[in-house]
Design a protein around this ligand. Sequence first.
Ligand SMILES: NC(=O)c1ccc[n+]([C@@H]2O[C@H](COP(=O)([O-])OP(=O)(O)OC[C@H]3O[C@@H](n4cnc5c(N)ncnc54)[C@H](OP(=O)(O)O)[C@@H]3O)[C@@H](O)[C@H]2O)c1
Length: 193
Amino acid sequence: MFLITGASSGIGAATARAAAEQGYRVVLAARSADRLSELATELGGADSALAVRCDVTEWDDQQAMVRTALERFGQLDVVFANAGFGATRGFLEESVEHWRSMVLTNVYGAALTIRATLPALKEARGHLLLTSSVAGRRALPGSLYSATKFAVTAMGESARLELNDSGAGDANRAGDGRHAVLLQAPDGRPRSG
Ligand SMILES: NC(=O)c1ccc[n+]([C@@H]2O[C@H](COP(=O)([O-])OP(=O)(O)OC[C@H]3O[C@@H](n4cnc5c(N)ncnc54)[C@H](OP(=O)(O)O)[C@@H]3O)[C@@H](O)[C@H]2O)c1
């Protein structure tokens, strides 16, 4: 099973389509329940895709997402903590509410996804992916978004240092955010958990 946050559009939805194409059962999480349901139907319905409404900044939502996913599909092979968004550059731009929401979603939300999924991920010796960005490797002018993605880059590295050789398979990240990594089983065939 391949769980994706931020699956209602963009990179997350594209990754869900690619994962389903490779034979994974997918769990689609985001706040837009309607869009998730449409995508779940497109990807084959109840036997192969599950739509779960989850605000990644809410710990209760994250825990419920994992519970529901495990009840439906049993084993967590890949977790893709991808939910996130940006802001207009400039430290006088955007509202402080937008900043708060962006920091909470991009940083705290990704950390909560790791925390909520880790026990099942370790059990399955699964894979963890995070979406950082070029902006998470090189500071952009006036970009608080860039700071959040530096945090995600560090989180991926921290998770890798904690988890490799300690239960989970590998912790990786989609380094520049322009692509998502679709991992395959060691024999080269896609997993179908
Ligand atoms: N596009 C790029 O060029 C680019 C480059 C580098 C990195 N990235 C990163 O790639 C990731 C995906 O972005 P995208 O380009 O695919 O943009 P997108 O189409 O706007 O997708 C963002 C996704 O995040 C979800 N999301 C936002 N806040 C959320 C919350 N609180 N809880 C749960 N889900 C939430 C959105 O769903 P709902 O609104 O339905 O909740 C949506 O599914 C982000 O982390 C972004 O920073 C993108």
